[in-house]
Design a protein around this ligand. Sequence first.
Ligand SMILES: Nc1ncnc2c1ncn2[C@@H]1O[C@H](COP(=O)(O)OP(=O)(O)OP(=O)(O)O)[C@@H](O)[C@H]1O
Ligand SMILES: [Mg+2]
Length: 398
Amino acid sequence: MVDQFAIQYQSPLRVLVVEDNPVDLTVIKSMLTGTTDNYTFLKTASTIKTALEIIEEYPIDVVILDLNLPDSQGEKTLQTVHNRFNDLTIVVNTGAYEEELGLHTLSNGAQDFLVKGRYTAYTLNKVLHFAIKRKKLETELTRTVQQVKDAQEQLLQAEKMNVVGILASGIAHEVRNPLATILYGITYLHENIRVEDKNYHHVLKNIKEATKRANDIISDLLDFSKFKKLQLDETNIHHVIKKALSLIQYEIDKKTLQIVNDFQNSIPPIKIDQNRIEQVIVNLLLNAIHATEEGKISIRTYTRTLSNDLTEIPQISRKNFTPGQQALFCSIDDSGSGIPAEDIDQVFYPFFTSRRAKGGIGLGLYVARNIIDIHKGALILKNNEDKGAQAIVVLPYR
Ligand SMILES: Nc1ncnc2c1ncn2[C@@H]1O[C@H](COP(=O)(O)OP(=O)(O)OP(=O)(O)O)[C@@H](O)[C@H]1O
Ligand SMILES: [Mg+2]
């Protein structure tokens, strides 16, 4: 069995001794080279400036740091090294009467301290090994705590979305019947009642359109419950993308847009519900088009083996994937307005839209994420570094 906390030393241990006193330096060097461990990778520095340069250049496991150097004194020396190289293991080497200072350094970034003249080669060796081990555990712990915090935050968001979703589909059920009655009534008035007022038909038409729009929203919401029953077929994703593009050609034609397809050759077929994934691609493409007045939209497909820690997948969707599995990526890149920082956490919420005045409902991404989730995939939306936004659909091969 592999002990996950066992120290995996690079052999030999890479030590940097920062010491300006030649006698102290000789003592430490002889102790290090005299132990059973092989400290052949040993660097030395007598100023903080050289020390920082060496740490920058070489992979150092542990630094034995004298605090009083020609160019830096006291705890500031520790601070400088620790602030710049947060993950580095530091063991402070204090003067003979500075035990209190040594203790103090422990809360400021040092893993341990040695008091000059009061340690042997044996203790020095032990101190260095345990310092590295402790530092590794500390780093791992800090990372894990951060991951737990992130996961909690995302769970909270997911739960909120879930509640809003349940509410929305409950309301949709309730509102659908009265809407049908209104639509039926308007059609009846339109066909059977003669009224001289010249605005009559115009008003009826407006009511009918508004009702239809309300009905479409409701249909979208109710449709969501149907997603659970997927019609899975082995599919070439490129056919789905081309179909989606043909469906929205009219929107593309309204603008000056260049659509670039960067498709991976001979992409393996994937088991998906074609209609649903087509709906996702349509929603994402429409968003890209709406955000881009003039410019380029690139659609790229590729397959990739996922990493063992799944860091390329947002935490919220990692449950859908197995480490190291094969996945299909489809990214839609636009050169449009991008998403304002204050909106980025809300874009997946139902009814969040920045395009209400232009007919946006705010269901496109909500529906898309649900479809992808039922496919056990991931949907990522982020801003590009230079311009515009990028949506990525990740679907696992099973
Ligand atoms: N590619 C993009 N670039 C910039 N903003 C985007 C992009 N995609 C989504 N957004 C933002 O996210 C919001 C929500 O998107 P979503 O698709 O859910 O709704 P919508 O497009 O506004 O309306 P609809 O329900 O018609 O799709 C958008 O209003 C927009 O502010
Ligand atoms: Mg949309």
